[in-house]
Structure formats: structure tokens, C-alpha cells
Design a protein around this ligand. Structure first.
Ligand SMILES: Nc1ncnc2c1ncn2[C@@H]1O[C@H](COP(=O)(O)OP(=O)(O)O)[C@@H](O)[C@H]1O
Ligand SMILES: [Mg+2]
Length: 307
């Protein structure tokens, strides 16, 4: 395995907020890696340390074996960075932005022209290349943003919540472009707070919560963990002891209003037992709803709910 991104013991504290705590992982060359976590989990701080934008309090990062703290120029050539909030120049046109980015990476005029044309085409911005970015929609701005980051065809691409807040069409285009980069051999490091997106796109996912890396695995494996947290919401009329609903397959029962939520790894068995029990006890089921394997819900559970 060739390592494209290596984080070893990365930590960063802001005031009394431990934004990132001792985070270590490796991303293989050519891999599509997702960094998933709720808002404030430490995703952006991690990406900033990996790309050399901020200095970690401890630990270090290596991009294609290069330490961005020690050799920032060399490291920058290896990567494309799409920050959380774009860094395009709104007074410049789409084409001017691409040329400026190309210059920054030391590309010749000829190289820049070829590549800019290619990118404008790929980003479906042909015909708008000479318009000031100021007049672009959020989705179009993001496409220019990505174009600038990939102008030098970097082997490693960092994207910080690239689809967040975009319309469906732009979202799809962004996903298509990133997927194309991956197919051409780039390593992708993408942060998201959307588990569905992580599940669909990423070959491996790290989950960060309050600065800690709490899980790292293939999405299928994480899903399996999540699947176990299925639940059944039931409302029962009559007097009964909630404890009798507990069994080997019910891990937890929560009450909210007149509804009970049974967390179970076997919804089928649990529903059958529930029906049998209420029948025997002459209780009436007012409503019953099984919650499918909701990834969102599971993710919330894994990251400790919304406390
Ligand atoms: N420059 C900063 N100054 C102070 N606090 C910060 C700074 N950057 C991030 N934080 C804090 O660190 C935590 C992690 O933030 P961030 O890495 O931006 O999370 P995410 O990108 O996952 O939403 C949050 O509590 C945030 O408020
Ligand atoms: Mg962020």
C-alpha cells in the first residue's frame, strides 16, 4: 500500500476548545476517503492541519510523504484544496480565476490555456467563462472553486464539504467531477456531515466527533453497525409494566409522550413478541411503526445524539 495522506497524532486546541484530539489515520493512494462528522466536530481543523494552513499543536501530517510544515511549496504542488468557503475572486471572470490559480502553481501560459479550456468544459461553464464570478450562483462559484484547485492535476484532492448548500444539479456535477478525478488516479479526501453522501461516495470513512476519531471503516461495515440500531415506535393503550417489553433483542426503551421507542437488533422478532404480549395481556396497540435502517439516525447515535 502506498500512503497518500498520513495523519499521526494531530491535535489542535483553540482557547479551551479541543478542536482535534490525537487523530491518526492513513489514506491509501487512489482511495476515496470520507471524513464524516457533525458541525463543530473538527473536520475543517483537520483539513487545515493536513494541508498546512494551520500548524498542529502536536502530531504531523504527510502528503505523498511530504510534510507541509517543513516543505510547504513542494506539498502545495501535490494537492488541490477546496476550502469550506470558496476562495475565488468574485471580481475576476471564471477564466481569469483559473489562469491565476495556474500561475500560482507555476504553469506556463500554454498549459494554463489548455487546462482552463478543459476545465470550463468539464464544469459546464463554457459560454460563461468571461463573466465575473460575482454574478454566478453558489453552485457555479463552487465549480470555479474546484476548477482552480484541480488546474495542476494534483495527486491529492482535499474537499471541505464541497456539496454543502448546493442545488441538486450542482451537487451532481461536483460529485461527477470528483469521481472523475478519482478514476484518473487522484486520492480524494472529502469532509461531509451527510452520512448518505459518505456512504454513496467513499470507499472508507472516518467519523470524527468532538475532536475524536470515533470510527474508521468501510461504509458497509459502518452501516452494519448502524443497522443494529433499528427501532420500533409503539403506542399501547392500557396499564402495563414497560419492563415486560424488554427481551434479548431489545437493547433500550425510550419514552416520549404516549409513545415508546424500542431499540432492537431484530425488529421482526421484536414486533412479533410485541403483538403476542399485547394480545395475552389484552392491551391495544394504537400505533406501531418500524424505523428502517436510518443512517442519519444511526450516525446521530454513534456521535452521541444532539447534546
Ligand atoms: N479559528 C478558530 N478559533 C476558535 N475556535 C475554533 C477555530 N476554528 C475552529 N474552532 C472550533 O473548533 C471546533 C471544531 O471546528 P471545525 O474544525 O470548524 O469543525 P467542523 O468543520 O467539523 O464543523 C469548533 O468547536 C469550533 O468552534
Ligand atoms: Mg467545517
Amino acid at each position: 500500500m502506498i500512503t497518500a495522506v498520513e495523519a499521526s497524532g494531530l491535535s489542535k486546541t483553540f482557547g479551551n476548545v479541543k478542536a482535534v484530539r490525537n487523530v491518526s489515520f492513513e489514506v491509501e493512494k487512489g482511495e476515496f476517503f470520507g471524513f464524516l462528522g457533525p458541525n463543530g466536530a473538527g473536520k475543517t481543523t483537520t483539513i487545515r492541519m493536513l494541508t498546512g494552513l494551520i500548524t498542529p499543536d502536536s502530531g504531523k501530517a504527510l502528503i505523498d510523504g511530504i510534510d507541509p510544515q517543513k516543505d510547504p511549496i513542494h506539498a502545495k504542488m501535490k494537492m488541490g484544496v477546496i476550502p469550506e468557503f470558496g476562495n475565488v475572486y468574485v471580481d475576476l471572470t471564471a477564466k481569469e480565476n483559473l489562469h491565476l490559480a495556474g500561475k500560482f502553481y507555476g504553469m506556463s501560459k500554454k498549459e494554463r490555456e489548455e487546462r482552463a479550456s478543459e476545465i470550463l468544459h468539464m464544469m459546464e461553464l463554457k459560454g460563461r467563462e468571461n463573466d465575473a464570478v460575482r454574478n454566478f450562483s453558489k453552485g457555479m462559484k463552487q465549480r470555479v472553486n474546484i476548477g482552480c484547485a484541480i488546474i495542476h492535476e494534483p495527486p491529492v484532492l482535499f474537499l471541505d464539504e464541497p456539496t454543502s448548500g448546493l442545488d441538486v444539479q450542482s451537487k451532481r456535477l461536483v460529485v461527477r467531477i470528483v469521481t472523475k478525478m478519482k478514476e484518473k488516479g487522484s486520492t480524494i479526501f472529502l469532509t461531509t456531515h451527510n452520512i448518505q453522501e459518505a456512504n454513496e461516495l467513499c470507499e472508507r470513512v472516518g467519523i470524527i466527533h468532538k475532536g475524536d476519531l470515533v470510527a474508521i471503516d468501510r461504509p458497509e461495515k459502518l452501516r452494519n453497525t448502524f443497522d443494529k440500531t433499528q427501532s420500533i415506535e409503539v403506542s399501547i393503550e392500557g396499564e402495563f409494566d414497560v419492563d415486560m417489553l424488554h427481551n434479548d433483542h431489545v437493547n433500550k426503551i425510550e419514552r416520549s409522550g404516549d409513545k415508546l421507542t424500542l431499540f432492537t437488533d431484530h425488529p421482526d422478532i421484536t414486533v412479533k413478541r410485541l403483538v403476542k404480549l399485547t394480545d395475552e395481556e389484552d392491551l391495544k396497540i394504537l400505533s406501531l411503526r418500524t424505523q428502517g435502517p436510518s443512517l442519519e439516525e444511526a450516525f446521530v447515535r454513534l456521535t452521541g445524539g444532539n447534546e
